[in-house]
Design a protein around this ligand. Structure first.
Ligand code: 5GP
Ligand code: ZN
Length: 113
């Protein structure tokens, strides 16, 4: 999608440090970190959010995004981490390209805001 921020990052049109990339997923640091470790894992192909992907034709994308997020969490935050997929307006999603936040490096609070 030409007007999608994360599609532009995937395409290299907006710079980001690539922490991991394969055919399905890309991982980058969040530009506005909310924890000492704050990474974003997103599909290379545009999808608005995880619910949209789940309703569509089944493919390996959701599993690839979450398993990559878990592997990066284990590597970067061995003490534990939180995976978050804000979805839709009430979910607090601000960028409409599916992504999982990997948050760690500090004690996480519950309930979230
Ligand atoms: P959401 O609110 O949709 O769950 O998460 C969007 C995330 O993208 C936010 O944490 C925000 O800081 C991050 N973000 C927004 N613009 C950019 C950008 O240009 N580069 C990077 N690396 N992260 C971004
Ligand atoms: Zn996109």
């Amino acid at each position: 999608m030409s007007d999608c921020l994360f599609c532009k990052i995937v395409a290299g049109e907006i710079p980001a440090e690539t922490l991991y990339r394969d055919d399905l997923v890309m991982a980058i640091p969040d530009v506005n970190p909310q924890a000492p470790i704050h990474l974003l894992v997103m599909p290379v192909r545009h999808a608005g959010n995880v619910a949209e992907l789940a309703e569509g034709e089944k493919d390996a994308t959701i599993a690839a995004v979450f398993s990559t997020a878990a592997l990066l969490g284990s590597r970067h935050a061995p003490g534990g981490f939180r995976l978050v997929a804000n979805t839709g307006k009430d979910g607090g999603q601000t960028v409409d390209h599916f992504h999982v936040h990997v948050l760690g490096g500090r004690q996480m609070d519950w309930p979230p805001g």
